[in-house]
Unconditional design. Sequence first.
Length: 300
Amino acid sequence: MQTASTIQNHLMQALSKADCHCHTLFSDGTLSPKALLDLAKEKQLTGLSITDHDTVDAYPIALPYAKQLGISLVPGIEISAHYQNASIHVLGYAFDLSNPVLSLFCERLQAQREERNHKILAKLAHINLPVTMTEIQERFPGGTIGRPHIAKIMVEKGYVKTMQKAFQRFLGEKQRCYVGGMTITVPEAIEVIHAVGGFAVLAHPHGLKPKVLEALCEMPFDGLEVYYGHLSLKQEQPILSIAVRKNWLITGGSDFHGEKKSFHGLGCSFTPPETFAHFVERTNSHQLAIENTSLNSHSV
């Protein structure tokens, strides 16, 4: 039997229809930006934020197509960072896509990813499981390459039966072909998001160790991802309590990647309408500033 709070939560999310955590083939998703937006339209979503890992390359394609479909698309990114020995993902929303600080930061992130990938491939070659960067790039052209892409090739070459096995035996933390992730700290990620006019949100905090979560919540985040995937109200409640106590933004999303994670269906979790309204307002203010700058430059 549903409680009154459960019903209220579901109604609030249904009104929003804005999934603010999903991925395209520009990072580790399986759909193109247009295919993702088509799916969002099919599911009657009214808002979306594409949060590819360490890149915003989907947006030149996605923005005009979203406008054509009548979907409010808010700029987003998921930055791979770390705190002590923990891998932490920081979501950025409603920032200025044209800000050069953002593009330089993404270039730095991509360079670090490329270096890490080459080290992983060297370790695989050392144990006679060769995968080349050429193979990966031919299979996944034009996007950010990471461990899921390497795992997919390992499955296709018959080294392992599933991607999960690739991580369990070789690519996961503490496994023999694992290479430490990004060198970006959580405060650095937050600082960059703020520098380009965005909101910084702690991604999927539900599984973090209590002491780690407590320390992160002392950092200058703007919000917490309370509603995530198919988590239950019981799982979400502790994070919701923290967000309410700190008067932070409450966000939500599916973390949809496509066929690889079909259990995270697009639109299975939403961002509350009041939060998405903040995102849209901030996004529009950036666009207005760009237009005013352009007009002023032409009038000189």
